[in-house]
Design a protein around this ligand. Structure first.
Ligand code: SME
Length: 162
């Protein structure tokens, strides 16, 4: 594993995702511990995009519980029927929220958070076992480019538990 990420000097997110994906693959190759890999993935995403908050909530019994993340301290437990994370968990779909104040039931871990994207990861039975949550302090900061780029990272995570 290399010690540092190579990041292209561009603000084009698609190019950054394209550069980052093989590096994340290399970063997790050979490591079987899920927590260790999620920790490095959240650090890599923070470094590459300087997202306001990026991290994971893992399904534990009947709740989503905070896992590895980068950014300000956050809510530790989310019910399946609450917030954007709960919505992604129950619908099993990627959720993009351009304005969190317009999303009924949004959980404001930080008042600075303005928009977010949440992606579910599914196990071999199609059950969601974690969600990746990325928050921005700007409105309307996430697009299909993020949905596609982050989905590729979700696929890597899904392979870890297959
Ligand atoms: N906003 C999320 C909660 C998690 S934090 O923002 C880190 C939600 O509504 O599910």
């Amino acid at each position: 594993m290399s010690e540092s990420l190579y990041l292209p000097s561009t603000t084009n997110r698609q190019e950054i995702y394209e550069s980052l994906l093989p590096q994340i693959k290399a970063l997790v190759a050979g490591e079987t511990d899920l927590t260790a890999n999620l920790a490095n993935i959240s650090a890599a995403l923070k470094e590459a995009f300087n997202f306001f908050w990026v991290g994971f909530y893992l399904k534990k019994e009947n709740q989503l519980v905070l896992g590895p993340f980068q950014g300000p301290i956050a809510c530790t437990r989310i019910h399946f029927n609450k917030g954007v994370c709960g919505h992604a968990y129950t619908t099993k779909e990627v959720v993009i929220v351009p304005d969190v104040e317009a999303f009924p039931g949004h959980i404001a871990c930080s008042s600075a958070s303005k928009s977010e994207i949440v992606l579910p990861a599914k196990d071999k039975n199609g059950e969601v076992f974690l969600v990746l949550d990325v928050d921005s302090d700007e409105l309307n900061d996430f697009s299909e480019v993020d949905a596609v780029g982050l989905s590729q990272i979700i696929q890597l995570i899904e392979k870890m538990v297959m």
